[in-house]
Design a protein around this ligand. Structure first.
Ligand code: PRX
Length: 630
């Protein structure tokens, strides 16, 4: 399944485009199916209706666990490194992980979870999180993991949207020197969640929590009541595996739906190839399982390939800026997959934190989540990779399920800040505003994909029309990514950033409308407009222009009140970096806010505001510019 030379890549790519079904069937053959498919692919992008490996039967956990037991049962599946470096790390072999997953799957069953039921998981980065995810998959329940940084309201919205029956959480989470009271957040969320019947609580931080009779139960008690025998539920390839909520240009986050067969094949194939994973290597993806990167490249991709995956509970700068490198040294990490934000943040501490740390085990470096600037790329290459580890700059999205455009380590010649070339099976195309293909090289356009791949989303949960509108309606017969892209003279792709109203803060997607809705919930706010602006560490920051007539008593306090409101409504990750109080917003005569102008002001590029004559009241712009420069 692994590609070993550039020529082989070119041949494979050609085959994958000319005979996609034959190509993907060949890859899928390397996985374990209870019954093979009747048809590899049926599709149209107009409804959209996409089916891969129709008729096939399987359970993804048999691919991630059972099939490795005979030969690799004692091999480490998960290595867990705790937040506190003084505490012991934990290693779970495939055998132990299999046992724990089966046991916890029985807990879920005992608590009434059935095939197709939705389960919300809100947990710290501990091995039990992976166990919970896999236990759902074992019995055919659909998991919806929510990142630990979201607020009670965000969780409630997600739980209600998916009508989750059970929530799995913990008392709390450690993050650097902070503790997050997860159970407390869940308690607040559940006030408005009528579908939830059970909350399973893992003990982790040992902080006091409220336990409601008839609803809340302890993980530790429950696992004593069941055994480890849990045959995997036989699933259809197109049954739902998980829902993962992500932000778009409209206010409400959408539940991206991935199905079992195609996602498994795609996550496994891309993991094995892009990172050139070799037997017995340690793979360290620094993402949280609350995001797609964690789903595909901490859990499903690596485990489906029998790899050793490292899970890190903490943050790169705790207790100090050498922590991530220490983790690499301690566990002899071979492949390190991280985000430009982390690299830029660690870069700012200089080279001192690297002193005396042996990272010679490293063989491949990876980047994901946002464009990586050349400076960060070179720093990573020279200081971490010692100029001998290929950097794979992987472009993909929650919706794509796995890596789409990326170098293949030791195969594709890299170029700083370029995601380089499409992986086999991926057919990117650049289009102009009208959807007309922009051919040739040395061109810029909107990035679309013109042919299905197994890992792509199938729908948005409970609202198929929304899936169609968001991804398949902008341009006919194309999947629209929302990203702008350059294809250079060599045909190499460089993602230039979102072209819609989505901001990418530290590699996390945040919708401007979502933040505006949250700000507008503050009692004194009349209206607001949110745009992104370049931020040295986060890539993009959040800039909010707010109409708040009576703030003058103490503007700073009001700003803090607004931040608090956003934290309550969405979570701390959506807090604006800058809030500017204004008396009006630039609007067209039809009442539409002209974000283009606000974006320019936020970037400090006021010389290039463009045409403002179509504005209802051009004087507003003068005021905003003046205030922004104070
Ligand atoms: O804008 C692109 C950016 O992140 C978006 C997807 O965000 P999300 O669904 O949260 O998934 C992030 C992890 C896969 C994309 O639309 N993005 C992701 N990877 C890159 C990137 N931008 C530039 N270069 C990348 N390597």
């Amino acid at each position: 399944m692994q590609i070993n030379s550039f020529e082989e890549y070119q041949e494979t790519y050609k085959l994958s485009v000319e005979q996609p079904e034959q190509f993907w069937a060949g890859i899928a053959d390397k996985f374990l199916w209870r019954k093979k498919w009747d048809k590899v692919l049926s599709w149209n992008f107009s409804e959209p209706n996409i089916k891969w490996f129709e008729g096939a039967r399987l359970n993804i956990t048999e691919n991630c666990l059972d099939r490795h037991l005979a030969e690799n049962g004692d091999k480490p599946a998960i290595i867990w490194e705790p937040n506190d470096p003084q505490k012991d790390s934990i290693t779970l072999s495939y055998k132990i992980l299999h046992e724990q997953v089966c046991r916890f799957a029985n807990v879920l069953k005992k608590n009434g979870v059935k095939k197709g039921d939705r389960v919300c998981i809100y947990m710290p980065m501990v091995p039990e999180l992976a166990v919970a995810v896999l236990a759902c998959a074992r019995i055919g329940a659909v998991h919806s993991v929510v990142f630990g940084g979201f607020s009670a309201k965000s969780i409630a919205d997600r739980i209600n949207d998916a009508e989750c029956k059970v929530v799995i959480t913990a008392d709390g989470a450690f993050r650097g020197n902070k503790q997050i009271q997860l159970k407390e957040v869940i308690d607040d969320a559940l006030i408005g969640c009528p579908t939830v019947e059970r909350v399973i609580v893992l003990t982790h931080t040992r902080t006091p929590v409220s336990m409601l009779k008839g609803r809340d139960i302890w993980w530790e008690d429950e696992i004593k009541l069941v055994d480890t025998n849990c045959p995997a539920e036989e699933m259809d390839a197109e049954d739902l595996l998980f829902i993962l909520y992500t932000s778009g240009s409209t206010g409400k986050p959408k539940g991206v739906v991935h199905t079992i067969g195609g996602y498994m094949v795609y996550a496994g194939y891309t993991f094995s190839n892009v990172f050139n994973y070799q037997k017995d290597e340690v793979f360290f993806c620094t993402a949280d399982i609350g995001w797609i990167t964690g789903h595909s490249y901490i859990v499903y991709g690596p485990l489906s390939q029998g790899a050793t995956t490292l899970m890190f509970e903490g943050i790169p700068t705790y207790p100090d800026a050498s922590r991530m490198w220490q983790v690499v040294e301690k566990h002899k990490v071979n492949i390190l997959y991280t985000a430009p934000t982390a690299i830029r943040s660690l870069m700012s501490f200089g080279l001192e934190p690297l002193n005396g740390i042996d990272m010679s085990s490293l063989r491949v470096l990876g980047s994901v989540g946002e464009p990586i600037n050349e400076e960060a790329w070179h720093w990573f290459d020279e200081n971490i990779g010692k100029s001998k580890c290929p950097i794979v700059d992987t472009w993909w999205q929650t919706e794509t399920g796995g890596i789409m455009i990326s170098p293949i380590a030791y195969v594709t010649p890299t170029k700083p800040s370029f995601a380089t070339l499409p992986l086999p099976g991926i057919q990117p195309i650049l289009v102009d505003e009208n959807g007309k293909e922009i051919e040739g090289n040395g061109v810029n356009g909107n990035l679309c994909i013109k042919f299905p791949w197994p890992g792509m989303l199938r729908t948005t949960y409970g609202d198929h029309e929304r899936c169609k509108l968001t991804y398949f309606s902008t341009y006919e017969n194309l999947y629209f990514t929302g990203d702008g892209c350059l294809r250079d003279e060599d045909g190499y792709y460089r993602i230039t950033g979102r072209v819609d109203d989505v901001i990418n803060v530290s590699g996390h997607r945040i919708g401007t409308a979502e933040v505006e809705n949250a700000i507008n919930m503050h009692a004194g706010v009349v209206e607001s407009a949110v745009v992104g602006f370049p931020h040295e560490v986060k890539g993009q920051g959040i800039y909010a222009f707010v109409i708040f007539p009576n703030h003058h008593e103490d503007a700073d306090l009001t700003r803090k009140d607004i931040l608090q409101t956003v934290t309550r409504v969405i979570g701390a990750i959506a807090k604006p970096d800058k809030i500017l109080f204004v008396t009006g917003l630039p609007k067209t005569r039809s009442g539409k806010i002209m974000r283009r102008i606000l974006r320019k002001i936020a970037e400090g590029d006021i010389a290039n505001l463009g045409d403002i004559t179509t504005l209802l009241d051009p004087a507003v712009v003068e005021e905003i510019i003046e205030k922004s420069q104070k």
